[in-house]
Design a binder for this molecule. Sequence first.
Ligand code: AMP
Ligand code: ZN
Length: 137
Amino acid sequence: MENCIFCKIANGVIPSATVYEDDDFRAILDIAPAHKGHVLLLPKNHFDNLLCADDDIAAKALPIVKRIANALKTVTGCDGINVLQNNGTAAGQSVFHLHIHIIPRYEGDGILPVWDQGSYADGEAAEWAAKIASALE
Ligand code: AMP
Ligand code: ZN
């Protein structure tokens, strides 16, 4: 992907504040962090987002996220960590190369919106569960 900035960053063509690198991934500091230490994990291969990522890359990502989250907890002393991953503009994705946000959080910081909690009518949850389960087959 010639014009993808995260392809260039992940593969070292554009320099970045790198916190982790292996054959498949680079983890960098987000340039506009929610809090200091906000990390993005990028695969070196291009996938627009998680929905079209190779299974082996998806499977390799979570243990790395876990390591980085624990490192952030140690370094920042934060109270919690959000692991966020946006797919599509409607979901807040602005860079169309798969990336996973790892964000230190502090009690009462209020930096992320919390959604209004909805509900299901009687039997509706079962219908939704059945629909989703059949789409997985
Ligand atoms: P998203 O909205 O989930 O697509 O997140 C994109 C993230 O990439 C944002 O948090 C941006 O601050 C971050 N970002 C964009 N360009 C760069 C860059 N050149 N280096 C580091 N982070 C970047
Ligand atoms: Zn890319």
